[in-house]
Design a protein around this ligand. Structure first.
Ligand code: NZQ
Ligand code: ZN
Length: 384
């Protein structure tokens, strides 16, 4: 296992009815900005619960943070924070609302004009407005990590940033908030969380069986619970999927090991160019990436076949092939297509993505830094 330091400061308040605890969790003198998406929380009763819990608090509301949150929208919220002297941001929604709120927290205290440079890595935030979340969509892990992904329409960029000021002070996870999710949103969430684990596990071995067993248990839980989770409102199933999605990307399984993240980098380009949901882009890229990288990932693919898919028969090559097929079928059985052509994406996109990554200098992706733009083209051609 490699050396590491790990600290995760996010307090998790988990379970039925826990939104009512907001009144104990937020400082009583806070000047709050509640940040929201397009309105799902008004239809499923979450908004009512939040407002009831905040009786007596001073708060404002900001609506309209869209899926794949846009810089252009978020800058309007930054104005509100600056003008109203907001001291606490409460994100209520899915990963997009949470990520958008992380940007608002960091950008509001940045010098004017430097906000987008946070995404470009040219301005390092030195402070941030306190933030917390009420999560309504298990998928991203944003509720317990310091990452966020923001889209800028003007420059056609979808970029990620990490900042210590992006950690929520706390996140409330009530599995009942998932009961209003569509089948599609549920399947997307499962696939996103699944691929987060794969990106941190399916690389090369550094002799860290504890990390491997943690990762495999999350993958198995997602596989075992996914069909019920997508078909019905079952509290225990929703609770298991929600917690699995959180621990999939709260940093724990990444420490001491090497990570990949090439599937995400390529996937973000597909979303930027064609608006495909984040998780669906991962389901397109991952099976082909595993095929192209199967020699580099050989040892871990064999372990993955055994421990996650219980494949014990056949040669090592057979096991690898079966494990990759089972991964793709897992996505397809959740109703998620795995080919670019199934989303009517033109073949010209393949070269376009490779050249966008090349222009940005992202020429060495993956755990071995051997996924070049040419290899990205090979992966996407296989995924066409
Ligand atoms: O906007 P509203 O009306 O709230 O509707 C949302 C949205 O339309 C709806 N929704 C959320 N909770 C609901 C609900 N509908 C009914 N009932 C509920 N309980 O679902 C739609 C999608 O929401 P969104 O927040 O976009 O989905 P998700 O949580 O999958 O977030 C995706 C974003 O997170 C980024 C992605 O790139 C993408 O921009 N990611 C963030 C990561 C992180 N911070 O660590 C890591 C991920 O890899 C990912 O890149
Ligand atoms: Zn993701």
């Amino acid at each position: 296992m490699n050396n590491f330091e790990y600290q995760n400061p996010v307090k998790i308040v988990f379970g039925k009815g826990q939104i009512a605890k907001l009144k104990e969790l937020i400082p009583s003198n806070a000047n709050i900005l509640i940040t929201c998406g397009g309105g799902s929380i008004k239809q499923n009763g979450v908004y009512e619960q939040v407002i009831a819990a905040l009786a007596g608090f001073r708060y404002h509301e900001f609506w309209g943070i869209e899926p794949n949150p846009k810089y252009e929208t978020l800058m309007k919220a930054v104005e509100v924070v600056r003008n109203e002297n907001i001291t606490f941001l409460l994100a209520v929604g899915g990963g997009s609302v949470l990520d958008g709120t992380k940007f608002i927290a960091n950008a509001s205290l940045a010098p004017k004009g430097e906000e987008w440079n946070i995404l470009k890595g040219k301005y390092i935030p030195t402070n941030g407005v306190a933030l917390a979340s009420v999560l309504t969509l298990p998928a991203t892990g944003s509720e317990m990590n310091a990452g966020a992904v923001i889209t800028r329409l003007e420059s056609k960029e979808k970029l990620a940033f990490h900042s210590p000021f992006s950690y929520p002070k706390f996140s409330v996870l009530d599995p009942e908030t998932t009961f209003s999710l569509s089948q599609t949103q549920r399947a997307n969430g499962v696939v996103d969380a699944f691929v987060h684990v794969i990106e941190q596990y399916l690389t090369y071995s550094v002799n860290s069986p504890i990390q491997d067993r943690f990762a495999e248990s999350i993958l198995r839980t997602l596989i075992d619970e996914s069909q019920t989770y997508c078909a019905e409102n079952n509290y225990d199933t929703a609770a298991n999927v929600m917690w699995a999605s959180t621990v999939a990307l709260n940093g724990l399984i990444a420490v001491g090991v090497v990570t990949d993240w090439a599937t995400h980098v390529i996937g973000h380009e597909i979303t930027m160019l064609h608006g495909v949901d984040h998780a669906r882009t991962l389901a397109i890229v991952l099976p082909s990436l595993l095929k192209v990288q199967k020699e580099q990932k050989r040892e871990k693919l064999i372990a993955y076949a055994k421990h996650v898919w219980h494949i014990c028969e056949g040669s090592d090559d057979d096991k690898i092939t079966q494990a990759i097929d089972k991964t793709e079928n897992f996505f397809r059985n959740l109703g998620i297509f795995t080919k670019l052509s199934e989303y009517n994406i033109p073949q010209t996109t393949i070269a376009e993505i490779a050249s966008r990554l090349n222009d940005r200098g992202w020429r060495a992706l993956g755990e071995r830094k051997d996924i070049t733009p040419a290899k990205v083209q090979e992966i996407l051609t296989l995924a066409f």
